[in-house]
Design a protein around this ligand. Structure first.
Ligand code: ADP
Ligand code: MG
Ligand code: MG
Length: 276
């Protein structure tokens, strides 16, 4: 309750499944912060514990900074770094799709942030365009957010349940393969492949939208994922980029490219930022 006096709410900037995200200012300094408010009680407890415990151990330029957590009467509140330009989804939608150079810039930062999370033992399990944010810098920086589905490889070693967003689900998660959970990091790579495709094509490789009006839309989508049935507009994209997407969207987790290999891929290295 005391902490909530510390901030002054400005406006709602996002809506999630379990509450809202508000832009606020710290009264003492006027500094902006984002406050994610999650309704207390009920079934959300487990998820919220993981979100807080995993997010608060991370500190990286491409992961949204966790400031503090506090309680109000109705909500658990996570105060974090505010990302001025909102989600990468709205950034991409405003431009229809990104050029390969723009996409490479964000993708390199996504890989740096995710590599760090994985090295800290944290698997996101929900990498997608609406869970990465864009700051106000020029050039803009990508920041990974939303650790609500995250797992820590040591502390949550129990069998995984199927979570995530349908369009981004890896085949081993769709089929619920026993024993896939130790490979959860490699399932994040699949989602990053969907992410990369969506940035440069402006559509998802596996999409429910294409089944508009049909029944069993979710089933059809999951079937296409399991068959790795997607099309690359090879005429519009460079061969190196097509090769990278193809290596990320491999059915077999053991055949899928790793972060280390991605960072050495020709498309990734084509324009390497200073200091990498
Ligand atoms: P949920 O777990 O409900 O999906 P998120 O953490 O993804 O919640 O936040 C929901 C939305 O709120 C995001 O998609 C984004 O639009 C906005 N948002 C979240 N965190 C921030 C932030 N730090 N800065 C700016 N906008 C944010
Ligand atoms: Mg989210
Ligand atoms: Mg979430």
């Amino acid at each position: 309750e005391r902490d909530s006096q510390k901030y002054r709410a400005v406006q709602v900037v996002g809506k999630g499944a379990y509450g809202v995200v508000v832009l606020a200012r710290e009264r003492a300094t006027d500094a902006p912060v984002a406050i994610k408010m999650i309704m207390r009680g009920g079934k959300t407890n487990d998820r919220v514990e993981r979100e807080v415990l995993n997010h608060r151990m991370l500190c990286h330029p491409h992961v949204i900074r966790f400031n503090e957590v506090f309680l109000t009467a109705g909500n658990l509140c996570i105060a974090m770094e505010y990302a001025e330009r909102g989600t990468l989804l709205s950034y991409v939608q405003a431009r229809k799709r990104l050029t390969e150079d723009e996409a490479r810039h964000f993708f390199q930062q996504l890989m740096m942030g995710l590599d760090y999370c994985h090295k800290m033992g944290v698997v996101s399990r929900d990498i997608k365009l609406e869970n990465t944010l864009v700051d106000g810098c020029n050039p803009p920086n990508l920041k990974i957010c939303d650790f609500g589905y995250s797992k820590h490889e040591i502390f949550h070693s129990a069998p995984s349940s199927r979570v995530g967003t349908p369009s981004y689900l890896a085949p081993e998660i769709v089929t619920n393969k026993p024993g896939f959970s130790y490979k959860a990091k490699i399932s994040d790579i699949w989602s990053c492949g969907v992410f990369l495709y969506a940035m440069v094509v402006g559509k998802y490789p596996f999409d429910r939208a294409q089944d508009k009006g049909k029944s069993n839309r979710l089933y059809n989508l999951l079937q296409r994922i399991v068959k790795v049935d997607y099309e690359l507009p090879t005429g519009d994209l460079s061969p190196a980029l097509c090769d990278l997407i193809d290596r990320m969207l491999k059915y077999d987790p053991d055949e899928r490219i790793t972060i280390g290999e991605i960072m050495n891929h020709a498309w990734f290295r084509e324009k390497i930022p200073a200091g990498l």
